[in-house]
Design a protein around this ligand. Structure first.
Ligand code: MLT
Length: 240
């Protein structure tokens, strides 16, 4: 199979949603820290309505708009706030500007994964094990436009898949998005933090004093966790 970056036709067998800064980094962190599940919403009111039916000691509500925390929610969208003490055994109800929307965009695929740089290897291993016929890597971007950080993560995933399946350059020919994402990753793989500094959303987060989030999210393969959709909009950690 050849990974595709730009969805063109019917839902793929496996959809990988990416929002390095920061929704999928946060989702992976919550599940690695023992969160029961992460339930994603594009709409804040709907999040409140659904989460109110959940026992209050077993839920956390996270809301982000424009990079900032939404007033009245326990958490914003910083993965660094999602420590085991905070999330253990709880369900995180989360709505973010772009990341949770990307997940909703692909929610009808048979397998929906959340990927970031920090859990790249776990996502790659899943694809190698399951060998899905078609794979989309869906970058969240920012309000509909391209983003460097999601593209470099797509490149990191594709680079590893290409290496491990020994796919040749000829077999990738014609897939412009994947070739350019791999080239971006090849150029920046030793300085991913530097790339996040260059990215427009990286700059937005730096203005909001979130340098530590950039540092955390720029690390590769530090969490062996696979967030996978169990029911529509609900991601859990795939047991090994
Ligand atoms: C998003 O969904 O757009 C992001 O995760 C924004 C953020 O950095 O919180």
């Amino acid at each position: 199979h050849t990974p595709e970056l730009t969805p063109t036709d019917k839902a793929p067998e496996c959809a990988i949603a990416v929002d390095v800064l920061r929704a999928t980094s946060t989702i992976a962190t919550v599940l690695a820290a023992g969160g029961e599940a992460v339930q994603v919403f594009s709409d804040l009111d709907q999040l409140i309505e659904v989460s109110e039916k959940w026992p209050s000691e077993k839920r956390l509500r996270a809301g982000e708009r424009g990079g900032a925390k939404v007033a009245g929610f326990e958490l914003g969208n910083s993965p660094l706030d999602c420590t085991p003490e905070v999330v253990q055994g709880r369900r995180l109800f989360i709505s973010t500007t772009n990341g949770t929307r990307a997940l909703q965009r692909v929610q009808d695929s048979p397998s929906v994964l959340a990927a970031a740089l920090i859990n790249r290897a776990a996502v790659v291993q899943y694809v190698l094990d399951k060998q899905p016929e078609t794979v989309w890597i869906v970058g969240s971007g920012w309000e509909g436009s391209y983003s460097l950080e999601d593209t470099v993560c797509a490149g990191a995933i594709a680079h590893s898949l290409v290496q491990q399946t020994k796919l040749s350059q000829e077999e990738l020919a014609g897939n412009d998005e994947v070739i350019s994402a791999i080239a971006l990753y090849s150029q920046w793989q030793d300085n991913l933090l530097g790339l996040l500094h260059q990215a427009s959303h990286g700059q937005r987060l730096l203005r909001l004093d979130c340098l530590d989030d950039l540092k955390y999210c720029s690390q590769t393969d530090i969490l062996d966790v696979l967030p996978i959709q169990h029911e529509t909009g609900v991601l859990k950690s795939q047991k090994k």
